[in-house]
Write a protein of this length. Structure first.
Length: 332
């Protein structure tokens, strides 16, 4: 069976939607926006054009512009796992005209880097989290495991013998595996690759048996039988893989790993400006087309406001700091 989307990852589908939205006029002139005197708002994205964070930014930018009544542009500032963009926004004037759209690495970087050019806990005002995307534990089609219980049995029988691939040290896939090892009390071997594509290819080829894959990029391969899905990493089942149990259902209680994109302003942005920006983000994510695209990729819109986003970020930072420390994870 062919892949249901004409792309191999969520960034492709999001980018297609973003392009059509950016090309389409909204049919009315800008209202008199009052943030930073109505000047253009920059969404500073921590990763390159074409990536998942960039695609989310380009998907919501026109909707934010409509809600706020002033232009919104996407400004890519990649580098150092998102810390280049974050540092720029942390130093920006706190008037609401410069915002950071980051990835889930925002919560990991304080534990991975010895020193950051900002204090993650005090330099930003969280405005929202856009959407939550689970991963899915997949295995080579010929691998003997048919369920999560089989993976646990094999890992416990021969500590260190079972391997999982990732897109690199400190990546979301690596951290998902490290948390799995810690919570399941097993020892496996981590095989880092230079990117998710090569890792996925080697899992399908049988060189490495396991991978905590992106749902959208692996969905077609699961449906074609080249990969077997064992469990999704969210607490609930995925809309696009309804027959695949969650880790919790499959027996690993409390396990949850999600990929997500936060939007943050520099600390010191006045409360009325924060509230207006947060409301615009919620409105953009409630748009029917945006909601549909997120769900088609196996994700769910976060839905909460500033306070919920702040609590979520704090919890994620605490979780990954513990995993990085206990598993002795480094960037190299």
């Amino acid at each position: 069976m062919s892949h249901p989307f004409p792309f191999t990852s969520r960034r492709g589908l999001l980018a297609a939607g973003a392009s059509s939205l950016l090309a389409a006029p909204f049919g009315r002139a800008w209202a008199a926006g009052d943030i930073a005197g109505g000047k253009t708002i920059s969404l500073v994205v921590s990763y390159p054009a074409g990536g998942g964070a960039d695609a989310m930014a380009r998907l919501i930018a026109p909707r934010l512009a409509e809600a706020l009544g002033q232009p919104v542009i996407v400004d890519n500032k990649p580098g150092a796992s998102g810390t280049v963009a974050a540092g720029q926004v942390a130093r920006a004037a706190p008037d609401g005209a410069t915002l950071l759209l980051d990835a889930s690495s925002f919560a990991v970087n304080p534990a991975l880097f010895d020193k950051l050019p900002y204090d993650s806990a005090t330099a930003f005002a969280p405005l929202g989290v856009l959407a939550l995307f689970p991963n899915v534990l997949v295995c080579t089609a010929s691998f003997e495991a048919r369920a999560l219980a089989d993976v646990l049995r094999l890992a416990r029988a021969r500590p260190g013998a079972l391997a999982y691939a990732s897109s690199g040290n400190g990546s979301a896939q690596h951290l998902a595996g490290a948390l799995f090892e810690g919570m399941a009390k097993v020892d496996m071997t981590h095989i880092p690759y230079r990117g998710g594509g090569p890792a996925l290819n080697d899992v399908m080829g049988g060189q490495v048996p396991l991978f905590f894959a992106n749902v959208a990029s692996s969905l077609g391969h699961i449906q074609s039988g080249r990969l077997r899905a064992l469990a999704v990493t969210s607490k609930l089942r995925s809309r696009v893989l309804p027959e695949v149990p969650s880790m919790e259902e499959a027996g690993l209680k409390g396990y949850e790993v999600l990929e997500w994109n936060p939007v943050l302003a520099p600390a010191g942005v006045p409360a009325p400006v924060r509230a207006k920006l947060a409301a615009a983000i919620r409105k953009a994510m409630a748009d029917a087309e945006v909601l549909g695209r997120v769900r088609a990729l196996g994700g769910e819109v976060f839905g909460g406001g500033e306070a919920q986003a702040a609590r979520f970020l704090t919890a994620q930072q605490a979780l990954w700091a513990q995993v990085v420390r206990e598993r002795r994870i480094t960037r190299e």
